[in-house]
Design a binder for this molecule. Structure first.
Ligand SMILES: NC(=O)CC[C@H](N)C(=O)O
Length: 358
């Protein structure tokens, strides 16, 4: 295992060892406090451009599931077709793995996909640094390649354009109600959750103008990077809202784009929400749900237009976790009701959307 140093933007250094693909890399350093789910998180396109720190200390012990694909073309166990995170940073990589569904080790998978992974890092201390200072860029440098210094940008990059599909993909054709799914970097479980409810899904590129297509409802997916980079998508949503009251539902980036289309502004959180235990309260009720999350930006609820209101708030920091239109069936969540990985308490969001199509 080669010796590496993780260097943060503020100069803080952590020494560790490479267990994945041996190559220096730079990106935004973000921490995730979930206790499991590394295959799903690594393949979540919303992690594009980021070095993913896992605070749970033992990682790799259940290996990696196979890349089998269902009849509908969706991977059975992964959230997309490849690893999107730029690297994974762990405290204690477990070479030994055991799981009924494991076909290879995390190290072998990372090497095959050319993604660096480093171990021996005090990820809890690293997380404290990120929480104190706020999110930072970082670099993984290899001792034996002192002149190989990688560079990367995060803010100002349109990651959605990099990860979105380039052509329309149809699922469950002729099934009944038709849902246009705007692919900002969609996780497979959003598609699975829609298909399980018997609708046809028409997946379109993030900047595709679907407004004159034949469809019954609009679904806005998750995606990487800064939502302010996605003005094209926002303008098309706004056009759709001016043409009809067809149901609209959004998740994560989808919540941010719907809010922007409704006139709100977005800000960057000091450090994001990435875990499986984010408590959110449904506004106007005492119902609290435990949710799966992965985001670094948030909707400034004080800027919502007069026709909109908050639907969910985060019980840790009071930030916005969802919005709804006061009269039309347009609503969204900042958290991930499709989870995968994470708790499935809020899958009712899909039921509400599919019910609204009828
Ligand atoms: N998972 C997502 O859709 C994330 C949305 C956006 N990229 C953020 O970080 O806030």
């Amino acid at each position: 295992m080669k010796n590496v140093t993780l260097v943060l933007e503020d100069g803080t250094k952590f020494r560790g060892k490479s267990f994945g693909y041996d190559s220096p890399v730079a990106g935004e350093v973000v921490f995730n406090t979930a206790m499991m789910g590394y295959p799903e998180s690594l393949t979540d396109p919303s992690y594009a451009g980021q070095l993913m720190v896992l605070t749970y200390p033992l990682v790799g012990n259940y290996g990696v599931p196979p890349f089998t694909v269902e009849n509908n073309g969706i991977a059975t166990f992964m959230e997309s077709d490849k690893i999107y995170a730029s690297a994974i940073i762990v405290a204690d990589y477990s070479e030994m793995y055991s799981h009924w569904n494991a076909v290879e080790s995390l190290a072998d998978w990372l090497k095959r996909e050319h993604v660096p992974g480093i171990t021996g890092i005090d990820t809890r201390e690293l997380t404290k640094v990120l929480r104190e200072h706020g999110v930072m860029m970082g670099k993984i440098l290899f001792d034996d390649e002192p002149d190989n210094i990688p560079t990367a940008d995060y803010e100002g990059v349109n990651f959605v354009d990099k990860v979105s599909c380039k052509e329309i993909i149809r699922y469950n054709e002729g099934a009944g109600k038709k849902v246009v799914l705007v692919d900002c970097g969609v996780k497979n479980n959003i598609i699975r959750c829609l298909l399980n409810r018997g609708v046809e899904v028409i997946r379109v590129p993030w900047n595709y103008d679907y407004t004159d297509m034949d469809f019954d409802g609009l679904f806005l997916a998750n995606g990487p990077g800064d939502p302010d980079m996605c003005e094209d998508a926002v303008n098309i949503i706004r056009k759709q809202m001016s043409l009809s009251t067809k149901p609209i539902c959004g998740i994560c980036m989808g919540n941010q784009l719907l809010a922007k289309a409704g006139g709100a502004t977005i800000y960057k959180l000091k450090y994001g929400h990435r875990s499986h235990n984010q408590p959110v309260r449904m506004v106007g009720t005492t119902n609290c749900y435990v949710t799966s999350q992965n985001h670094g930006y948030a909707v400034d609820a004080s800027t919502l237009g007069k026709d909109w209101e908050e639907l969910f708030v985060n019980m840790n920091d009071g930030s916005n976790e969802g919005i709804r239109h006061k009269t039309n069936p347009w609503f969204s969540s900042q958290f991930h009701p499709e989870a995968c990985s994470g708790p499935v308490d809020t899958e009712f969001m899909f039921d509400k959307f599919v019910d609204a199509l009828k």
